[in-house]
Write a protein that binds this ligand. Sequence first.
Ligand code: CAO
Length: 415
Amino acid sequence: MSKALDGVRILDFTHVQSGPTCTQLLAWFGADVIKVERAGAGDITREQLRDIPDVDSLYFTMLNHNKRSVTIDTKNPEGKLVLEALIQKCDVLVENFAPGALDRMGFTWERIQELNPRMIVASVKGFGPGPYEDCKVYENVAQCAGGAASTTGFDDGPPVVSGAQIGDSGTGLHLALGIVTALYQRTLTGRGQKVLAAMQDGVLNLCRVKLRDQQRLERTGTMKEYPQYPNGTFGEAVPRAGNASGGGQPGWILKCKGWETDPNAYIYFITQAPVWAKICNVIGKEEWATDPNYATPAARLPHLKDIFAEIERWTMTKTKFEAMQILNKYDIPCGPILSMKEIAEEPSLRKTGTIVEVDHPTRGKYLTVGNPIKLSDSPTEVTRSPLLGEHTDEVMTELGYSPEQISALRTAGAI
Ligand code: CAO
């Protein structure tokens, strides 16, 4: 079966996490992704957090599936010529170097346009234009600068970063959308363009509801669905809301049977208004369904803490899975707190290709997260990440270099 991005060639100049997540998605949709790495060393993540000596780390393998790897020294004059040939052959250049690195290599937007006016140049940077534009940025810096950390955690504790890599993988997703959009526009204009996804912007986009709350707070001085209401105090900025859910459907994380020894024996429980009477029945508080202090969402808001404490008395008598089964019967929205171990072992995720087992020549079998976006006409087949420079000769041959030229470039240290 054909793939959505068949025929699209990506010059993948990305490293670490944010850029590679973007190009991996494009590869899963069928693009030919040629990862250019520094000769001898490669993407720094190949050797970071290694679990097996001298073998590409899981960090690298899990972010670089379905790609080809070529090694080019782009600071070597002959290496630069090879890169120019690649720029002429490819549709998109994706990079996430520190600000200015591509220019310092001699590949400014103007130069790239001279070489290939159809080229789309897509970049991840930590910040957009402004006071921090020259800064190097990693995941947690973006979570802090994008508003996620100040709004995550509990009110009586410090800001907290999330395990979800919203700065890196989140920005990679944003960039991938920018790239396919630019490819579509190119079918109409024939021209390439620059695509920029700044990590601060990507995180802020995912924290949109918190900027909503900032303005609500300024207007009304309070927010009734936050745990600070009614007894705590609100300051000038959106506070950390613990595990409260937004959007007027109060929720909280509650203990389940076994919580004393299992750190993940918890369930997320939402007291959705339409099923309030059913919740009352399940937990044995039938009288709350008609009691004016509990019967309406507005009446419940001032004593949500007591309500969740009562529901927790019920959830603590069930495992999270037993609670799920009972609550689902009544369409009460809830979700188990799943550990990574439970997720890795979940058969339904294997079945859909969301968790995939991949074989690697030096590492052996390992688990990875497959393509979370499923296209009915462009199925994803996850293949292993490339070894460093595995495809240098193959790609050089496709570019028209003869075996003699390839060997001379290798002797010169260009590839
Ligand atoms: N041949 C020769 N030189 C190469 C090369 C190649 N194939 N590939 C890269 N280089 C060079 C670059 O030209 C750059 O050289 P200069 O500093 O002389 O211009 C150098 O390698 C280092 O690049 P870098 O500054 O991007 O790398 P770093 O490890 O110092 O910084 C990072 C890493 C991620 C902080 C920085 O790249 C960055 O801020 N990127 C943008 C934001 C981003 O994506 N952050 C997410 C990272 S994932 O958590």
